[in-house]
Structure formats: C-alpha cells, structure tokens
Design a protein around this ligand. Structure first.
Ligand code: TPP
Length: 312
C-alpha cells in the first residue's frame, strides 16, 4: 500500500527555547526509548514494547496542565508516564520484570498503574474508563480532569464513539489527546479513516483543536484556555496532534518507505532543537544519556520481580 505524506506536516521552523526541566524531560524519554530498543537487540528484554520516539514533546507540553489529574495512557505510553513521573527506574524495572517495578512486573510495558495514571494495551478502553472517572470527578465536585491518549488508528474502535457521546451528553471533564502519527501499526491513516477527527468530534458537538506545531511553548499557548474550559466548564475537548512516529510500530516492524521515514526525521525535535540552543542541548543531552545508561545498569543488576520469579 502506497503511503502518502501527511497533508499538513508540523512546522519545521526553529523551535523556541526550552527551560532545562522541559528539555531534560524530552531527553529522558528519548534516551529511555532508545535504551529499550538496544536492550531488545541485545536479547535482554522480552515481550512487546512500543516506543514513542518522535512524539515525546506531546506529554511534555501537556505536563504543566495536569498536576492532580487522571492520565489514561495507551500501548505507546512510556513517554506519558515519564513526563508525569520522573521515574525511569520504576518503569524500566516494570518492563524488564525486575525488583522495584511500578506494578511489581505484573503490568509490563503496556499496563502501568500508579496513583492517577493508568495505561492499557486495549485500544479505546481508556475513553470508556475515562468517562467513568470524569463522571466521578464531576459528581464529587472534584477539580480533576481526565486526559486520555489515543492514536489515529483507535478511531476504528466503537468504544470511542460511545464515550464521546456520553462525554458530550453529560458534559464531562474529558480531554482526548489524539497522537495522529499517520499510521496504525502498518496501516496508513488515509486507508482506514473516512473523514477526519475534526468531523467526528463535531458530530458530537465536541470542541476540537488540531496542532501542527511541535514547539512546546507554542502548544502550551494554544491549549491553556481550552484545557481550562475542560476543567472549569466541564466541556470535553479533542486535541489532535499531527505528529510523527520515528521508530517501528513495536520493535522491527516498520514497513514505511524511505521518504516517509525521512519526512518524520526532518520533523524530529531532537534534530531541530540543537539549532535553537546548541550549548544547552549538548550539555543536557550528555547528562541525560549518561543518566539513562546508569539506570539501565542498575536495573539490569536487580533480581527478578516477585511476579517474574513466580513468588506471587
Ligand atoms: C482492541 C485492540 N485491537 C487491536 C489491538 C492491536 N493493536 C495494538 S496497537 C495497534 C495500532 C494502534 O494504532 P494507533 O491507535 O494509531 O496508535 P499508534 O500505534 O500509531 O500510536 C493495534 C491494531 C489492540 N491493542 N487493541
């Protein structure tokens, strides 16, 4: 199947300067994901793993909006977790089945639970669960909103529409974040989705924003007011990011042609940001790369989790 390039690619303008904390968060996710692929290649990691390489800026951009809120993640959720909790040890131990995993090694890469964070490998499930949490929050008069991350391919799940209907009807504080990377596993979006995400949100009277930008500061400027309305006025919202998946769907399963991959690489923040602040980037990059290397060494040396060792 021929794959055409996304019709409206994100900006490749120079990125605006980031503070060290945001850059560190981006770099932590990037090096963590690369480390997972390396561990797989070395035969040290088993099961499935979906990296968010290229998409790291989305949860980092949203992070300041989501302090006490529920975050529902999906199969590609390591970045969602690491942006929320700076806990590479806990996540790596979870994925590797070592002591100290966030869920004692029971959940693995796709099913991570911590406080108000919950991920699932079942596409679409997060929206149904998210409606329940958002209804609870609204009924109790709590200030929490619920953010649910889904991919473009997940719009093929009926549960998404049931949830959108309820969210609109009951005016739930639900923020749906669509990471539209133009492909679902090996199926390009344009051969599986009729119409658009915008039209689908409009069918339920739900507000929709599509963001082409990969600039974290720009994204925050655009989304501050709409996200405040989700929280304060209980107006559900769909935010669609036109983004790029740099890596394979899982480990080695990338069927995309070279020009599509090159297009994705051209929009990679990791390639673009050094032009903005080369010295800041070089220093932070070396620091975080070393930090992830030491996390890998430490976690590898741990004993198997109780689950992995069959002790539960
Ligand atoms: C209900 C369900 N059906 C099928 C799968 C298998 N599956 C895992 S990821 C995936 C593609 C998801 O595509 P998309 O939603 O666009 O997210 P992306 O992988 O691009 O981030 C599929 C079909 C699944 N996990 N759950």
């Amino acid at each position: 199947m021929a794959v055409s390039l996304p019709s409206a690619p994100p900006s490749v303008r120079p990125l605006s300067p980031l503070d060290d904390a945001d850059l560190d968060s981006l770099l932590l996710i990037r090096h963590f994901e690369n480390a997972l692929l390396d561990l797989f290649a070395a035969g040290k990691l088993h099961g499935t793993v979906h990296t968010c390489l290229g998409q790291e800026y989305i949860p980092v951009a949203l992070r300041p909006f989501l302090d006490e809120d529920f975050v529902l993640s999906n199969h590609r959720g390591h970045g969602h977790y690491l942006a929320q909790y700076e806990d590479p040890h806990g996540l790596l131990a979870e994925i590797m089945g070592r002591e100290g995993g966030v869920c004692r090694g029971v959940g693995g890469s796709q099913h991570v639970y911590r406080e108000r964070f919950l991920s699932t490998g079942v596409q679409g499930e997060s929206l149904s669960v998210g409606c329940g949490l958002a209804l609870h929050s609204k009924r109790r008069g709590l200030p929490h909103l619920v953010v649910a991350y889904i991919g473009d391919g997940t719009w093929g799940e009926g549960a998404v529409y049931e949830a959108l209907n309820m969210a609109a009807l009951w005016r739930l504080p639900l923020l749906v974040v669509v990471e539209n990377n133009g492909i679902a596993q090996s199926t390009p979006t344009q051969v599986q989705m009729a119409g658009s995400v915008a039209d689908r949100a409009a069918a339920f009277g739900i507000d929709h924003h599509r963001l082409e930008s990969i600039d974290i500061n720009e994204i925050r400027d655009v989304l501050a007011d709409p996200i405040a309305r989700v929280r304060n006025e209980h107006r559900p919202l769909v935010v669609e990011f036109a983004t790029h998946r740099l890596g394979p769907h899982s480990k080695g399963d990338d069927t995309r042609p070279a020009d599509v991959l090159e297009h994705a690489r051209r929009h990679d923040w990791y390639r673009l940001y050094p032009q903005t602040r080369p010295e800041q980037f070089a220093a932070r990059d070396a620091r975080i790369r070393a930090r992830v290397e030491s996390v890998v060494q430490e976690v590898e040396a741990r004993s198997p989790s109780v689950w992995e060792a069959g002790r539960v």
